[in-house]
Design a binder for this molecule. Sequence first.
Ligand code: PMP
Length: 282
Amino acid sequence: STVLMNGEFIPREEAKVDIEDRGYQFGDGIYEVIRVYNGKMFMAKEHLERLSASSEKIGIAISYSISELTNLLEALIAKNSLSTGILYMQFTRGTSPRNHGFPTDDVTPTFVAYTKLLQRPLENLENGVSVITVEDIRWSRCDIKSLNLLGNVIAKQKAAEAGCYESIQYRELSVTEGSSSNIWIVNGEKIQTHEANQFILNGITRQKIIQLCNENGMELEEKAFSIEDLIDADEVFLSSTTSEVTPITSVNNVPVKEGKVGEVTKKLQGLFVDAIIGECGQ
Ligand code: PMP
């Protein structure tokens, strides 16, 4: 396959990073994952704006404009003839002798992007997934989409060891988010998810769901809820770029209501698919 490295298209095997790249040594960088449907990026502008916001929050200067990045990513998709999949991209602070403080301004960020085939998770969308709850041990700047993912990695591994798809993290009594997803509960017609602050990543899928709720007169509150609220909810679902709107049918081995996918979740799934088709076609 062809990958993008520092603005050039090269074969996957030729893409190498230095052992003193700060992404490798410190996790000092940021990333995005963008869904590709029908060869077209979904919500690319929102992803690239979040990338730009993340880069500003940690002081990495990206020398490409959003439209330049869009053109490069579109060319990457075309070169790999990708239809349904994802595009991964990351910027690190660059290569420099190891030292915690930032290097001098002449050190340029390392930029890598590549595509991967990935079908829509149709079975999970239809039947739902199981999750466990775990303590949120991460730092307090989870709003930055940083390469420092150790807390998330450990949480996801606990889910895997429990035979589950995802871990739902909690900080003190509040549910924050999944290891790689945002978490939602539904009671009656009311939908609730953690407010966008420094304790969660404001998912692009989350933002689309909020927009769809507003456009369709669905009741929505952006406010943290407790583990008890999670256990007692009528419906629970998670959202992410790769998982879209995935129903959660069991939490800590206990079924959510009757363990069936809820009606509000199904409605949002339908609206979300319409949004995909609207932007990327059938
Ligand atoms: N929270 C975390 C910690 C994540 O890693 C992700 C997925 N990247 C999300 C939420 C969902 O974000 P998005 O909808 O932009 O994929």
